[in-house]
Design a protein around this ligand. Structure first.
Ligand SMILES: [Zn+2]
Length: 248
């Protein structure tokens, strides 16, 4: 039963050929695009990786602002603390900017009395091993030393366990590979630019300061180009009458 009305006319064929093909989304959502609002979740536990602590440690004033923003809910994975201690140690050959940032991060986070250090537990080990292997297989991954990606993998494995117990957790990392794995594990993750956005929403810094801090921090830990904030607009809070409820 196909009357002429069911046959595609040349015009409708022309129209349909103009419709762009639907974008197929396979598997995980894009990295750095988790459901965490721009203003953050005030009740989430925060698990930073080494790169984020280095970013925050680039300027001492910024470090204190980040630490104050997440006060009482920052967990530093033991492997991340070890990496920071190693980079801050004058006995090791480390870029001077990195050394200075690591030294501030050690004082402000790793060694701070209000910051809890967390260890991997036995249950975390299978996921930890899996994530290390995934990160090492990412294109462009640095595999120079056996400890590579231990910090990010520890943070993701611990975060996944806490989430499975009903806790709200946000991982902080600038690493594109870690962001991809986090998306596949449904672990919320933010990079340093997104952390600075939270500080803008909280009224701690303004957008011009945020882009200045971000650019300065890029000299020690960068964000992949596809996710990199390009201008001040990125950092602006959509505050209306003192509320940033639109910063979702
Ligand atoms: Zn806001």
């Amino acid at each position: 039963m196909s009357g002429p009305e069911n046959r595609p006319s040349p015009l409708s064929m022309l129209r349909s050929s103009r419709v762009p093909p639907r974008q197929t989304v396979r598997g995980a959502p894009p990295p750095f695009q988790s459901a965490v609002p721009q203003r953050g979740w005030s009740d989430a536990l925060i698990l930073p990786d080494t790169g984020i602590l280095i970013s925050a440690g680039r300027q001492r004033a910024t470090l204190h602002k980040v630490a104050a923003h997440y006060k009482g809910r920052i967990l530093v994975a033991r492997l991340v603390a070890d990496e920071i201690n190693r980079q801050a140690d004058p006995a090791n050959r480390v870029d001077p900017l990195l050394r200075s940032a690591a030294a501030y991060a050690r004082t402000g986070f790793v060694g701070a009395p209000e910051v809890e250090t967390v260890d991997l537990i036995q249950d975390d080990v299978p996921l930890f091993d899996q994530v290390v292997a995934q990160l090492r297989n990412m294109p462009g991954s640095a595999e120079a030393h056996s400890a590579a990606h231990g910090g990010e993998a520890a943070v993701l494995a611990i975060a996944k366990r806490l989430i499975s117990k009903g806790r709200r957790v946000v991982v902080l990392s600038n690493d594109g590979g870690a962001a991809k794995v986090a998306a596949s594990l449904a672990v919320p993750l933010k990079h340093f630019g997104q952390v600075l956005r939270e500080l803008v929403c909280a009224g701690t810094i303004d957008a011009p300061e945020a882009i200045g801090i971000f650019r300065h921090a890029e000299t020690v830990s960068g964000v992949p180009s596809f996710a990199r904030p390009s201008d001040q607009l990125y950092f602006e809070c959509n505050s209306v009458a003192g509320s940033c409820s639109r910063c979702s």
